[in-house]
Design a protein around this ligand. Structure first.
Ligand code: R5P
Length: 308
């Protein structure tokens, strides 16, 4: 019967610790450091022969570094004898590059999928930007969602009864519909046009938002541009200036925290799929994925022959 091992890269050590503690095991021992020329040096210190191994590593910024770290860790585990190797990637970088939008561009999501399939036997991930990306992988994938956890948190913390769920762009409508269903609330939608990687413009707001408390939903917040322009449009159309935001992945790159802090946002609900700062100018409500990931690992390991 295979033994369970859980290792982590450097992308989100607090999350890996909470998964290990929910499983009542220690994280696997490894050395992970950079050589003077920045190449990675990895060494596994545990005997992994015939083990069922899980590597926890979201591929957020620096995306390329953490992706390569995951691939090298996976390679080391295979060479250390792991019999099954699962990548636990709660945030998958490059997922937004799932099509060629302009012409002569790479298919980033497809290439990343192919690279991961060279070393992993299975992937656990969460709220992919586009669920169809699963088709790029030739290995089994457990595609989890944090929507029920986040909706639960929203329900507990926001007492107003005159609320509306808002999708800040067309791509977020399906995601927002799930929240609207779970919270039993109406849905509105912002028609956004992307001008560049960091700039967006709002064309119109569809749905009744006047006088209501909006909960703006997205799968991720990166520069904050999408959320900020949606909130500005909602305020211009007369919504209540007590705004909540919920998203599975908080990248919050560059000046995003300060730009968001300048808006009347009372609650920001995120998961810890990516590491969150100990202090922030934002009213963050971070929902941990530790238990959800641990339960998923337990179930998958159980299928394989469960033994600690
Ligand atoms: C786009 O399609 C995504 O769902 C998010 O709306 C977007 O990536 C968020 O990025 P930013 O915060 O930079 O606008």
């Amino acid at each position: 019967m295979a033994k369970l091992s859980v290792l982590t890269g450097r992308a989100n050590i607090p999350l890996a610790q909470s998964v290990a503690s929910a499983l009542s095991i220690d994280l696997g021992h490894r050395t992970l450091e950079n050589f003077p020329d920045d190449e990675l040096h990895i060494e596994i210190h545990d005997d992994l022969r015939d083990h069922d191994v899980y590597i926890i590593q979201p591929t957020g910024p620096p995306v390329g570094d953490y992706l390569l770290e995951l691939l090298l860790l996976a390679d080391a585990c295979i060479r250390a004898g792991a019999s099954r190797l699962t990548g636990v990637i709660p945030y998958l970088g490059y997922a937004r590059q799932d099509r060629r939008a302009l012409g002569r561009e790479p298919m980033g999501a497809r290439l990343v999928a192919e690279l991961l399939c060279t070393r992993l036997h299975r992937i656990i991930t969460l709220d992919l930007h586009n669920a169809a990306i699963e088709g790029f992988f030739s290995i089994p994938m457990e595609h989890l969602s944090a929507v029920p956890l986040l909706a639960d948190s929203v329900r507990k913390l926001i007492p107003e009864d005159n609320m509306v769920v808002v999708a800040p762009d067309q791509g977020a409508v399906k995601h927002a519909q799930r929240y609207a269903g779970l919270l039993d609330l109406p849905l509105a939608y912002v028609h956004k046009v992307r001008l560049s990687g960091a700039e967006v413009a709002v064309q119109s707001v569809v749905g009744d938002v006047r006088g209501k408390y909006p909960i703006v939903i997205d799968d991720m917040v990166s520069t904050g541009g999408t959320i900020i322009s949606a909130i500005e449009a909602l305020i211009a159309r007369g919504c209540q200036p007590t705004i909540a935001v919920a998203a599975s992945h908080a990248l919050l790159v560059g000046s995003a925290p300060d730009r968001l802090a300048a808006l009347p946002i009372k609650n920001l609900f995120f998961t810890d799929s990516l590491p969150q700062p100990a202090s922030s100018p934002l009213p963050l409500r971070v929902v941990s994925l530790g238990r959800l990931l641990a339960d998923t690992i337990k179930r998958l390991h159980g299928d394989f022959g469960y033994r600690f």
